[in-house]
Design a protein around this ligand. Structure first.
Ligand SMILES: Nc1ncnc2c1ncn2[C@@H]1O[C@H](COP(=O)(O)OP(=O)(O)OP(=O)(O)O)[C@@H](O)[C@H]1O
Ligand SMILES: [Mg+2]
Length: 474
């Protein structure tokens, strides 16, 4: 029996039932999700400790990371107190902090921001890999690389474990990966092909009795209870159904901004817009712009529109199915062909002709011979990338979303509605987060390609370029 099975109360750690369950959990990959202060980080440290003092010696090595250096301190402090006191480990350094146990086991705690820093851990073998606050990572490239290098020469079961709250840029990736909301928590999901298993364990604040029963914990709970309902749902109840700080929270309304597809009236104009992507998704949006005439839905019902109302009638989103923000590595030629096929289908289905629209300007660069545009064999117009264009473009999008809302006195401004077949748009746009530091901008590194191509289109549309454009199609 190792020391963690039997900590004494003076070490301040209580062997809670939930910790016992975690230590026994056979899944290879564990995600501890839940509200703040529920004990996730402590549980993760104890999970590493379960194999200390069992005779594995230097064959048992763990790596524990956080994304930002500034966030390391707190977890290092927790680890130092726990491992120095209970295990008589020696602790050295800051980043990395190296904790060496009397038997030779080792835990390294450091910060790693992204894939570019992988080389600092490449070549090492870890049997235990922990990520604190995994949802702060916008993607899993770095984490998957480290995971793939975890192995044991002497057959110690490999463990990947992470903690996280239901917000942060990687929120949706983690939600998908651990099937949160689809499969009941604590259910082990087996992947026989990969010979792997994973589980989402809900970390309940009220299971952390040592914390909620002491005065500090009670004060903390009182503070959480006083938060606005939306934040309370995330921070206190650990709900994954709520999104804080989403950019279009006050302008996007599913009931007003999503519409069933219909045949495009003859005189409406149709265009497309494009954002280039290779390892990240590329996105092409197809648009119809009303001339003010009515349209008829599939039930034969008439609908009024305002001149300038915009409808997203289709999309070609090059995203790996089920993997948020991962591209499908198509060449420009392949993307060009795919867009042409999608365009043809849309034109047939909705009886319209789609013309050229704006694209991300990087496709026009021909420093290495042919430009991406030339290789795609589709002509595009330039998009507005002038200074301030992002902020004004985002404001324009918000105004268009709101423009579609019904009003008692009739609508004044054109609106933007999305055909319910545009799954990529409907999945990504409502979740886009504001930047923490600049509230008029989006947080960087999000799945924002559809949004970019939408912004290019609306900015281009109101700039009036559509009137003078060359009528060349592919
Ligand atoms: N098994 C335990 N025995 C005693 N105290 C514990 C135990 N688990 C957690 N605590 C205490 O509860 C508090 C919250 O724990 P911890 O920081 O691990 O939670 P968390 O879920 O990671 O929080 P956050 O979301 O803010 O990172 C800390 O003060 C910690 O020392
Ligand atoms: Mg924590």
């Amino acid at each position: 029996m190792n020391m963690i099975s039997n900590p004494t109360p003076q070490h301040g750690i209580v062997m809670l039932p939930k910790v016992r369950r975690l230590l026994k959990c056979p899944a290879k990959s564990v995600f501890l999700g839940g509200p703040r202060g529920s004990g996730k980080t402590t549980d993760m440290l104890l999970d590493f400790a379960k194999n200390v003092g069992r005779g594995f010696g230097h064959h048992y090595k763990g790596l524990l990371i956080r994304r930002e250096f500034k966030d390391l301190k707190e977890i290092q402090l927790k680890a130092r107190v726990l491992f120095k006191d209970v295990f008589k480990a020696t602790v050295s350094g800051n980043s990395p902090m190296i904790i060496t146990f009397p038997g030779g086991e080792m835990l390294i705690i450091t910060h790693l921001k992204d894939e570019t820093q992988y080389s600092s851990v490449h070549g090492h073998e870890y049997q235990w890999f922990g990520v604190d606050e995994i949802t702060t990572y916008p993607d899993l490239f770095l984490i998957n690389k480290i995971k793939s290098s975890c192995r044991s020469k002497i057959g110690i079961p490999i463990r990947h474990i992470s903690t996280g709250n239901p917000w942060g840029l990687g929120r949706d990736i983690i939600k998908d990966l651990y099937k949160i909301g689809e499969v009941r928590h604590s259910t082990i999901i087996k992947n026989t092909q990969l010979k792997s298993s994973s589980v989402y364990i809900y970390s309940d604040m009220f299971d952390n009795k040592p914390f909620v029963n002491n005065r500090g914990g009670r004060d903390y709970l009182r503070e959480l209870n006083a938060l606005p309902e939306e934040l309370k749902n995330v921070w206190l109840r650990g709900s994954w159904d709520y999104v804080v700080a989403n950019f279009f929270k006050h302008s996007w309304k599913q009931e007003h901004n999503i519409v069933k597809p219909f045949k495009i009236p003859k005189r409406w104009r149709c265009y497309k817009s494009f954002d280039w992507g290779y390892s990240k998704p590329y996105s092409c949006g197809f648009w119809a712009v009303s001339n003010g005439s009515d349209y008829i839905d599939d039930q034969g019902q008439n609908h009024n529109t305002l001149e300038g109302d915009v409808f997203r009638i289709g999309e070609d989103y090059g995203c790996e199915p089920g993997k948020a923000n991962v591209g499908i590595f198509l060449t420009p030629e392949e993307i060009g062909d795919s867009i042409k096929r999608t365009q043809y289908d849309i034109e047939q289905k909705y009886k319209c002709v789609i013309k050229m629209g704006p694209a991300d300007n990087q496709i026009f660069s021909n420093q290495v011979g042919q430009s991406i545009e030339q290789r795609m064999k589709i002509n595009w117009d330039r998009s507005d990338k002038s200074s301030g264009s992002i902020v004004s473009g985002l404001a324009l999008e918000a105004a268009y979303f709101k423009g579609a809302w019904p009003s008692k006195h009739g609508r004044d401004n054109p609106g933007l509605k999305i055909f319910n077949t545009c799954n990529g748009f409907i999945r990504t746009i409502p979740l886009l987060m504001r930047a923490e530091t600049a509230v008029e901008e989006l947080e960087k590194h999000q799945e924002n390609h559809i949004n970019d191509e939408t912004r290019y289109f609306l900015t281009w549309l109101i700039s009036g370029k559509t009137m003078t454009q060359k009528t060349m199609n592919f």
